[in-house]
Design a protein around this ligand. Structure first.
Ligand code: HEC
Ligand code: HEC
Ligand code: HEC
Ligand code: HEC
Ligand code: HEC
Ligand code: HEC
Ligand code: HEC
Length: 376
């Protein structure tokens, strides 16, 4: 919970006893004599004195009380005045039943403006209540930390950190920002900044600007390819030799909320796909402690029978964190074992011309490492 908070002052605010009495802030309890708009507990005892009784004051107070009453009626539908204070005792206490947070999550924030805001240009900075939301919240009425820190990945107050630490649980944000994150009771949409939506495949990993979903960046915003979370993603996805899809190594969710996708361990499980397993003929393994893949079709775990011989790949073990360690000729010989004759890469095209040209360059990467024999 404390991620949300960045206090300008009253740093001891979490201790309930320190915040129940606001009269020291100059707030006149007697004028603000109408009761709680949160408990819906409309008591009947009239406000008690403290005013000089003259006609002008009585008229003034009556008018003020009347206006305030109307505002309150609009706000909660209460229709009877009652005792001070305006808010419940546990109003500023984190997690309490009648906290202002619970109230905002229930019915939004606009009603708070009535008494906490009077200036169009700087909202929620006091108003008739004299209590500015900025007194306790650097970020103002959102209750969040200062907006720059809140949205800066390097800051300890970055809102993304909450998800890193809570196992990607969005339920708290949803209470106020809506189940679809589009505004909810507070009328403030996450999509103002996350234009493709929170469920987009680039919100948490990859890069929203380039629209690439794979790490780097990883989900904790690292970019070092010697880390397992990053490794050879780029080498695979941007390969000149072949097209690789995420589904060859991961079970790709249809929706980010699908079972098994968001996990508290922050690890994306490796599950091999159709080509990597040669349509389930192979059982490749990922050894996380060594960052290696064994028995993967793509890296040469293949044998094709041809007439009397077998054409076999090199059954290499690929090291995920050493991108670039798999040059031409690593996964299979040039040509592979079992070929008749010795051919150079510039000659493969005699027979494999739909895949490779006379310079030994792969010309159709949809046909290379596609699980198929590609002969002319
Ligand atoms: C006296 C200090 C204090 C003042 C003044 C104050 N708050 Fe808060 N506010 C808190 C505390 C403490 C919490 C943390 C409560 C919790 O986590 O349950 C909080 C939390 C919040 C949250 C929830 C933030 C989140 O990320 O979950 C919102 C929204 C909020 N306050 C709105 C307001 C508004 C609007 C005002 C002004 C009308 C205001 N607050 C004034 C103390 C204050
Ligand atoms: C009818 C006027 C009125 C409305 C509406 C109102 N407030 Fe207040 N609020 C006050 C007054 C007056 C105080 C000063 C303390 C007191 O007298 O209880 C105050 C104090 C506070 C405090 C400080 C409490 C403390 O113990 O330090 C917070 C937090 C707060 N309001 C939040 C809100 C939020 C959030 C909303 C909207 C959900 C809201 N208020 C709506 C009048 C109002
Ligand atoms: C004011 C703009 C803004 C709003 C509003 C906003 N975000 Fe963000 N969010 C950002 C920025 C900036 C980043 C960091 C992007 C980056 O990595 O550079 C981010 C990152 C994230 C991340 C990725 C965390 C990570 O680093 O792995 C998640 C998840 C997220 N936001 C969720 C939310 C949710 C949920 C809401 C609404 C409740 C929301 N955001 C509202 C600006 C915003
Ligand atoms: C108790 C209600 C409440 C909860 C819970 C809440 N927010 Fe907010 N949030 C608000 C309000 C209110 C605003 C808009 C304030 C305004 O009008 O400027 C806001 C605004 C924001 C903004 C815009 C920047 C800012 O500070 O104004 C971001 C980003 C954001 N919320 C992210 C989140 C994330 C992420 C979560 C969940 C971890 C979350 N919020 C949970 C009430 C809440
Ligand atoms: C060639 C295999 C391969 C492909 C293709 C692949 N990944 Fe991965 N991915 C991995 C491995 C290996 C890990 C590390 C798993 C571990 O930590 O045990 C990983 C980890 C991840 C992680 C977790 C990163 C972190 O922060 O911990 C994400 C997210 C991810 N991959 C997304 C993708 C996406 C999106 C694609 C497609 C655009 C993709 N991957 C394609 C092998 C692959
Ligand atoms: C990552 C491992 C890997 C690397 C590196 C690799 N290949 Fe392959 N190659 C394969 C696999 C697996 C096949 C098996 C056939 C298939 O699925 O396309 C293959 C098949 C071929 C074929 C036969 C045509 C076909 O696709 O059926 C040719 C020709 C070929 N590779 C040439 C090359 C050349 C030239 C290079 C270097 C520029 C290269 N390969 C690098 C894995 C690799
Ligand atoms: C004279 C023709 C010929 C030349 C030249 C040739 N191959 Fe082949 N290659 C074949 C035949 C025939 C097969 C077996 C197809 C089958 O199993 O039915 C084959 C199979 C393969 C396979 C396994 C299955 C497949 O199609 O992917 C690979 C890998 C391969 N060749 C790579 C190469 C490479 C690399 C070169 C160049 C260094 C090369 N070949 C040159 C004829 C040739």
């Amino acid at each position: 919970m404390n991620y949300f908070m960045k206090f300008n002052k009253n740093t001891d605010i979490k201790a309930p006893s320190s915040i129940t009495n606001l009269s020291s802030r100059g707030v006149n309890d007697e004028v603000i004599s109408l009761d709680l708009f949160i408990k819906g507990d409309c008591r009947t005892s009239p406000p008690t004195g403290g005013f000089v009784r003259n006609d002008y004051n009585i008229l003034r107070i009556t008018t003020f009380a009347f206006l305030l009453l109307i505002q309150l009626m609009i706000f909660i539908g209460c229709n009877e005045p009652a005792d001070p204070p305006v808010h419940p005792d546990d109003w500023p206490i984190p997690g309490s039943e009648y906290s202002h947070v619970a109230k905002i999550a229930e019915s939004g924030i606009l009603g708070c403006k009535t008494c906490h805001s009077d200036d169009e240009t700087k909202e929620y900075d006091g108003g008739s209540s004299g209590v500015s939301c900025y007194e306790c919240h650097e970020g103002g009425p959102s209750g969040h930390p200062n907006i720059v820190a809140w949205t800066s990945p390097d800051s300890s107050d970055y809102h993304g950190r909450i998800f890193w630490e809570n196992g990607w649980d969005f339920s708290d944000c949803r209470k106020c920002h809506g189940n679809d994150f589009a505004g909810g009771v507070v009328g403030f949409s996450c999509n103002n900044c996350h234009m493709s939506g929170i469920g987009s495949s680039t919100t948490c990993h990859g890069d929203p600007e380039t629209n690439l979903a794979y790490p780097p960046k990883d989900i904790l915003n690292h970019t070092d390819s010697t880390l397992i979370s990053i490794g050879a993603h780029q080498a695979h996805m941007e390969s000149e030799l072949t097209n690789v899809s995420c589904g060859e190594c991961h079970n790709v969710p249809g929706n980010y909320l699908d079972e098994g996708h968001l996990g508290a361990d922050n690890i994306a499980e490796v599950e091999f796909g159709v080509i990597a397993t040669d349509s389930s003929a192979l059982s490749p393994t990922w050894t996380r402690s060594l960052a290696t893949c064994e028995n993967v079709y793509c890296h040469g775990a293949f044998s094709f029978s041809y007439e009397d011989s077998l054409i076999t790949g090199n059954y290499t073990s690929a090291v995920w964190t050493a991108p670039g360690s798999v040059p031409c000729g690593t996964c299979h010989g040039l040509p592979p074992n079992g070929h008749e004759g010795a051919w150079t890469p510039e000659q493969c095209f005699y027979c494999h011309g739909t895949v490779i040209d006379e310079n030994g360059n792969i010309i159709d990467k949809t046909k290379h490492i596609n699980g198929q024999i590609n002969l002319n």
